[in-house]
Design a protein around this ligand. Sequence first.
Ligand SMILES: C[S@@+](CC[C@H](N)C(=O)[O-])C[C@H]1O[C@@H](n2cnc3c(N)ncnc32)[C@H](O)[C@@H]1O
Length: 360
Amino acid sequence: MAAYEEDLEARVLAALARADAAEASGAAANARAAALQMRLDANAHAAQRLLRVRFRRAPPVAISMRRATPVKWELDVTDDQGTTVPAVDVEVRCRVDGAPHPVTTTRMKERWLCSAPAAAFTDRCRVVAEPWVAGKRAGPLDVLGVAAEVRVVTGSGDDAPTFEAIRDLSFGDIQLEVVEEFGDACGSHLWNAGLVLASYVATLDETKLPDINDGGLFVEVGSGVGAASLALAARGLSGDVTDQGRVLALLERNIERNGAGELIRAVAWDVVRDEVPAWNVLGSWNVLVAADVLYSAEAAASLPGVVAALPDLREIWLAHTHRGAGDRLDATIEALSATFPVAEVVERVRDTRVVVLRRQ
Ligand SMILES: C[S@@+](CC[C@H](N)C(=O)[O-])C[C@H]1O[C@@H](n2cnc3c(N)ncnc32)[C@H](O)[C@@H]1O
């Protein structure tokens, strides 16, 4: 870690300790604001590293294609402990088909609701929204510069996605475009663990990439929109990208959009209900990757059985966002430890890490 980062870390921890002490004496808001301001002032990079802005889901209203719909974004700002920080200015800067467009930002308790009226949009216009915090542009995840483009799309039925967002993900030389849908399916938008895993594989040193080109494949389970597998494909690796249900169509779109169809393919696999498939016909799976799949008790419980049924597996890369009490990462690691002990833990942001397990 660079010296200035260490120094900043120490200063922020001290400020947080002061904030905690102040909390006891009733001056919490001021102390937290002061700690946050210090982070923001430190430098832009560090501010992005320590402060997270999360876009909540786009509007819950169903869209009627006979009229344009209002666009709303909900944002919250959290510190590196995941605590909501209300004492900052937040705005969303919006462009519609390239032209700046006004957005109203309203504080709703500890969150910010940003909205633009329906009249601003036509049914296929491009809306680009960027969160800004205290006058500085903020990404949804610290080290990654991520912009969300939100576009109104056609749809029908109650579960039709109201919006799709196209995220431009940039990791050094690797550029990906990931389409997300803001409907009800959990896998239809990119989660922080997926983003972190994509970032991890995209930036991994060449020598650390597993040698799975020699007839071997990777398999991703619970891939959602497929960012991690797209990053693996961008590194030249081949594999099967699997998930269940409706998300498959979106996954296929993303594979096609990124021109990755020669290397990876989308396959339906419910790891709880389906057998470990005999259809890994392209070759045997040497590496299993998964991001944020342990939130499901059933999926977490099925993982050791899946692993046991894959004799050629050499490594497992689990990206995981810690979910507080009842979190399943430790239990999963324990259940796999006899055959796949932990080889490496890579912290990317405080609550999301990549754990590499290697067959012994
Ligand atoms: C929180 S999302 C994470 C998606 C993606 N990996 C990411 O990080 O952006 C969890 C994913 O696990 C998938 N999933 C849940 N249970 C599953 C199961 N039994 N079999 C296969 N996939 C499952 C969901 O469909 C969803 O795509």
